[in-house]
Design a protein around this ligand. Structure first.
Ligand code: 5GP
Ligand code: ZN
Length: 114
């Protein structure tokens, strides 16, 4: 059994509030939301960090970004504004080492981030 939390969610071993799913991606609500919309978009294939992406993953990365935009539109955040974030490695706050794109919206988001 894998020890990767998001692989276990993808496998259905741990429940999550699913927002979107296709052959390559799963999107689900963050368990500790930092905004009214806080969705995580993850590839079904395990990749630990952004540093593991290769040119062969360009379509996958693009699909993750477009998935975030589609969810933001569904949630009514597309025009008011939303934010997408990939944290890469511990110094940037990555705590789950399976690539995930945060999609946050539904409130005013400050800049710069912490
Ligand atoms: P990171 O800090 O790695 O960029 O983001 C990891 C995110 O995963 C955090 O926002 C955290 O709240 C979320 N998270 C951690 N454990 C779970 C879980 O079991 N289920 C869900 N849905 N989200 C989780
Ligand atoms: Zn994984």
């Amino acid at each position: 059994m894998t020890s990767c939390l998001f692989c276990r969610i993808i496998a259905g071993e741990i429940p999550a509030a699913k927002v979107f799913e296709d052959a390559d991606l799963l999107a689900f609500n963050d368990i500790n939301p930092q905004a009214p919309m806080h969705v995580l978009i993850v590839p079904k294939r395990h990749l630990a960090t952004l540093n593991d992406l290769t040119a062969a993953d360009d379509a996958l990365a693009g699909a993750m970004v477009r998935c975030a935009a589609a969810i933001a539109r569904d949630r009514g955040c597309a025009d008011s504004g939303f934010r997408t974030v990939f944290n890469c490695n511990a110094g940037a706050g990555q705590t789950v080492f399976h690539i995930h794109l945060h999609a946050l919206g539904g409130r005013v988001l400050g800049w710069p981030p912490g």
